[in-house]
Design a protein around this ligand. Structure first.
Ligand SMILES: Nc1ncnc2c1ncn2[C@@H]1O[C@H](COP(=O)(O)OP(=O)(O)OP(=O)(O)O)[C@@H](O)[C@H]1O
Ligand SMILES: [Mg+2]
Length: 249
């Protein structure tokens, strides 16, 4: 089971796309580093058997702000599952990294109780097709309520505005799902991954554009409580207009 603990004040961010190599772990690590640099107390929960995010944490230099790691893929016979998946009390932001090729059941479990869901997409024809499928699965299988506005897409490794990216943008637009950032294809992300840091922790003049985009993501993530509140209001308004229409009949 992929469920993670509930806590009202925990910003629980799930990054997923069953397509391999689209940038899930890159996003998880860079967002976590951004929060850590800002003085927050983030944790990463890694469900991927490859353990890329855990390995990144292992490479993290000791003088950098700390990020707690939870190796959710590993199972222990010596501890209960909930003990293994426990999130420290002072954690305010939990980033959940997921594996490629997850099942429908896992998709439901992972997204339940999430405050935000990020889907990184590479703007190639095949990847945008796969992205349309995962968005459809999130809405129809995992029953993510669009009113809650917790779902967003990040275009990753873009070189230019391709036809397939434009098509994906139209599709998402028709569903009211935002593309909140466009990350360029940059060696800065590769360097950061190799050194256990985020682009926020690199020479500012070198990473300005990359930092700008990660900050756009974090700004959107920071609005999770307002988005949730707005979503509840929209759902409430819809319900009351339906019942008003029913009683007017
Ligand atoms: N914007 C980018 N620019 C350059 N390289 C990138 C970028 N995003 C990701 N990469 C590189 O692409 C590779 C795959 O990225 P990453 O591991 O984040 O994908 P993933 O979705 O987590 O993959 P998996 O499904 O295997 O877990 C990595 O080597 C990473 O450094
Ligand atoms: Mg990964």
């Amino acid at each position: 089971m992929l469920r993670t603990p509930r806590r009202d004040n925990l910003n629980r961010i799930v990054i997923l796309n069953p397509k391999g190599g689209c940038g899930k772990s890159t996003l998880v690590t860079n967002i976590a580093a951004c929060y850590a640099v800002r003085g927050a107390t983030p944790a990463i929960m890694d469900f991927d058997p490859q353990g890329s995010a855990m390995a990144w944490l292992g490479r993290r230099p000791g003088d950098r702000p700390g990020i707690h790691g939870i190796d959710a893929h590993k199972r222990s016979i010596h501890a209960t599952r909930s003990w293994q998946l426990r999130v420290p009390e002072d954690t305010d932001t939990l980033l959940v990294d997921s594996a490629a090729g997850i099942s429908h059941d896992d998709l439901r479990e992972l997204t339940r109780d999430s405050s935000s869901i990020l889907v990184p997409v590479l703007p190639s024809m095949m990847d945008t097709h796969a992205a349309s499928r995962i968005i459809a699965d999130l809405l129809l299988v995992a029953k993510v309520n669009r009113n809650e506005q917790k779902l967003a897409v990040i275009a990753n490794r873009t070189r230019k505005n391709t036809k397939s990216l434009a098509k994906l943008m139209r599709f998402l637009d028709s569903l009211g799902i935002p593309i909140i950032a466009v990350l360029r294809d940059s060696q800065n992300f590769v360097y950061a991954a190799e050194h256990g840091i985020g682009v926020h922790e690199m020479q500012p003049s070198r990473v300005r554009k990359d930092v700008e985009q990660i900050e756009r993501i974090v700004t959107w993530l920071d609005g999770w409580q307002q988005r949730r509140q707005r979503g509840l209001e929209i759902t409430g308004m819809r319900k009351s207009s339906i019942s008003a229409a029913a009683s007017a009949r």
